[in-house]
Write a protein that binds this ligand. Sequence first.
Ligand code: ADP
Ligand code: MG
Length: 370
Amino acid sequence: MATAKIKIAARLRPRLGGELVDDSVKVEHPSNETGESSSSGSSGSIISVTNPRDPTQVFKFPFSSCYDQSATQEEIFQNDVQPMIDVVYSGVTVTIFAYGVTSSGKTHTMQGTKSDPGVIPRVIRAMFDKKSTIHEHKVSLLVSYMEIYKDEVYDLLVTRENAPKLPVRENDAGMVFVANLTSEPISSIEEFDVIYNRATKHRSVGSTNLNHASSRSHAVLTIEVRMSDPVADRSLIGKINLVDLAGSENNKLTGNDASRMAESSAINKSLSVLGQVVHALNQGASRIPYRNSKLTRILQDALGGSSVGLLICNLAPGIKFRQDTLNTLNFAVRTKNVENKPVINERDNRPAPKPHFAALAMQPPAPKPA
Ligand code: ADP
Ligand code: MG
């Protein structure tokens, strides 16, 4: 398969009640003659941000998909996510990240609400729809769900109280996996919903402030499809990782409160390493610091590895968030140059020594850091 770049989508959320209107961050669609943002996600669209130091200057960020306030969950799914379902079913690992500061719309984009479902419920539906069209193989879907908080991994499918910290390990082939992570088979959307809703509650247990805790942790939901061909005695494994990243504002290394900075960097180590990894890849560095955080280790093959990636940059409107918006867009610009080489994960079902079931679920193909 050809080399694929990480695709970038940017989504500007609508103003929330009480937020002031201003024009400092805009989505432009130059191909549209009226200059109106009537159609979102059109190719060649641009996010424009006025320079905080010089309002006469405008920074322009072109991305293949730019969504304005009026973009719907359906539109984003159809344009950028639906095409990946076939990729997953071809045995490739796909990773979708939602990046942005707290309140920029990451969870809305990934999870959404009951009346306005986001990427996750739509992916589940599409995975089951596709499954129902396959008759020549035995197809099974499995779910795993972990939270990375202060650089420790927790299984969200088991109760959060006294949840053990899960070790990240590497097998002889250099494949990274989360040991003892639960992987539950799902046979229907309803079954997924029960598991997912229970797991989402686990995210809040033991925390006095749900929003606070969840904005400081990364949630990685993985749906795996196993297609076994009984005749050839082989199976094909495809995976989609859906990642709601911690708020990127914690990533700031500037500030005047030393203890706050130390806490911030500890909590959000994964996110700053994610930036370093992207940067190192972009520079063609000989050493990529994947190993410096759990997030980047676990998702190593989504970053310059063997999977297909989509980074959704969530942006909050207005001057208040302008510097955060610029930080997010600059991060995206660096990420755009990361090259992935998708590979198909095929497994021989015959004698091979059986890896631990849960471990198998998280094993990416062996990506070798440069
Ligand atoms: P984050 O997960 O990045 O902290 P949220 O997804 O919780 O941000 O979004 C913050 C608030 O903005 C929530 O109340 C959410 O419902 C609302 N919101 C975000 N994006 C949209 C959108 N595209 N349309 C409508 N409301 C949105
Ligand atoms: Mg959130």
